[in-house]
Ligand binder design. Sequence first.
Ligand code: 13P
Ligand code: SF4
Length: 386
Amino acid sequence: MGDQAVPAGQSVLSLKGGRQMLRLQSPLPERYISASGAELAEMIGAAKATLGRRLFILGHHYQRDDVMRWADARGDSFGLSRTAAGVTEAEFIVFCGVHFMAESADVLTADSQQVLLPDLNAGCSMADMADIEQVEEAWEELAQVTDVRRIVPITYMNSSAALKAFVGRHEGAVCTSSNARAVLTWALQDGRGDKVLFFPDQHLGRNTGFELGYGASDMQVWNPRLALGGLSDLEVKESTLLLWKGHCSVHQRFRPEHITAFREEHPDGIVMVHPECAHEVVEMADLVGSTDNLIRGVAAAPAGAVIGVATEIHLVKRLDDESPDKTVVCLDPLICPCSTMSRIDPPHLAWVLEGLVEGEVRNRIQVDAEVAEWARVALERMLAIT
Ligand code: 13P
Ligand code: SF4
């Protein structure tokens, strides 16, 4: 479907080349754009009250405060997938997060439940760094040089449902930043395989590999733009972890110099970083963890602590606001918002909720049935491992 076929104020998901999802979000009607913060809060509150238990709003920790205040449950991507799987009563699940999270929620909820994403342009640049064509091509190339039955494909939660279905079909699993260690242990150390193809975040894969005791020589970066990932046959054969050349544009900004500068200013300061940061940053941290783990880490720090955090700025600011006895600062002085997470704002939230009140489901995220079946296998494997 082309842009001209999108009705005003509506949005669609369309298929490019029959497989790749293209997200389109047309502009909102004027009343949402011109409304004040107070008017939008009134619209959202009224719609939420009218919908009652028919509605459940999930909020990822990177959401802005003026959206997060409406969430019935907050969480990291693992926690939210578990919560979504357990929300059996609500007819509508509005996901304040990014596209891959809403897809996973759709896969894990009943067919009778509908998942909505307030702005279809809330994607994830890292998730877009691996698509199903590239992964299938990589698999075929690997099959030329090694026994792919001994390779366990692992996809980070930050990936399309098509990639989750791929790993489901090939005896692999999904992982998140909070359970990557358990999932890699399951893949490599419980006799399941000799190698892992890990996509799309090389940093989470590398950091977890080091955590499990593998060395730099056990890991190779797979560049999907090059033949055989840019590797020799021998490099493929001798590696244990093949790490897809993908990264998070927010977390890659954090550098060791930021930590050095923080420690110079706060010799007793505590450094906490997300595992999507580069290994040289992770090595210098006192705590490495998913967004939920960072929140727990800050809560456990002693009163008076100064904590430097390497993650998305909305979470860092909320941690500071909600910890009056501690000082929480972002390790990157230039501050890094996740531009796609920030697309979920009160106007879009009000627009989808008022649509539901009027009987119109806007921005439903619905994964193709066959893809969903295999993606569920991969997600449920992850839930069973952790
Ligand atoms: P968490 O699983 O830690 O919430 O991370 C999700 C994410 O997108 C981090 O960039
Ligand atoms: Fe994707 Fe990075 Fe944003 Fe997380 S912070 S949603 S990985 S772009």
